[in-house]
Structure formats: C-alpha cells, structure tokens
Write a protein that binds this ligand. Structure first.
Ligand SMILES: [Zn+2]
Length: 128
C-alpha cells in the first residue's frame, strides 16, 4: 500500500533568487494547517542568504558579531527561548551562568592570501 504525500514548495521571495524550500505532509489537512503554509506562502519565504543577509560571511562582509544574554525566567535561565546554544567550537548552558552573563560570538572570514600573510607574520614574531 503506497502512502500519498502532500508536498509544499516555496521559492525565495527575494527578487532574482531561485533558492527553494520543500516540505512534505502525510495528510492534506496537515499541509493546510501547517506553519509553513500560513507563514511562507505568497512570496514570504526567504532563504538563509536573504533572511539575515548581514550574518552571511563573504567578500563584502568579512566579520559578524552576535551577543546573547542570560535571562532569569520563572522556570530557569535562558537565552531568549532556549537554555542551550552552540556553534563551531563552543557550547553553553544558560543554567550554568548567572543572570545577565553575556556570550559574545565573532566569526571572521580570512581569505587564502591573508591566511598565508598572517602565518608569515606569526613566524616572524616567533623568531624575533
Ligand atoms: Zn534567497
């Protein structure tokens, strides 16, 4: 017995962008009542590149910064709606920290030629 799926597809609403998102539902009702249909239809879905373009690293955007702060809520400490945040090289639990603690995250893009220059500078300083 084959099961029918109800697919839903969106194209990024940013002019000229062809990125797509695909969702599948097991019933038509699930699809009709989905968050995606309610919030992304009529060109409202945006791809990663166009959701928060300032966070996408590239030649013209070489560094990004983010700051998250521990908040005390009735049932524990959180960063917004979550008690745990992670990224490459770090993991942090809000409950391990006092209210008001800040986590500062910086991502820096280093292009190949710059990586070689930085390594040479590092070696020169090491020998001097
Ligand atoms: Zn896009």
């Amino acid at each position: 017995m084959s099961r029918r799926e109800w697919p839903l597809r969106f194209v990024c609403g940013h002019e000229g962008c062809a990125e797509t998102a695909n969702y599948r539902y097991s019933t038509k009702r699930d699809m009709m009542e989905s968050f995606e249909l309610k919030h992304y239809s009529h060109g409202r879905w945006r791809c990663t590149r166009h959701t928060r373009p300032h966070e996408v690293l590239g030649i013209g955007n070489r560094e990004t910064h983010a700051e998250i702060i521990v908040e005390q809520k009735p049932h524990g400490r959180y960063f917004g709606h979550t008690g745990f945040v992670s990224g490459p090289g770090f993991k942090v639990f809000a409950d391990d920290l006092p209210e008001g603690a800040k986590v500062l995250v910086t991502a820096t893009l280093v292009l190949p030629g710059e990586a070689v220059e930085r390594e040479l500078e590092r070696r020169e300083k090491g020998n001097g």
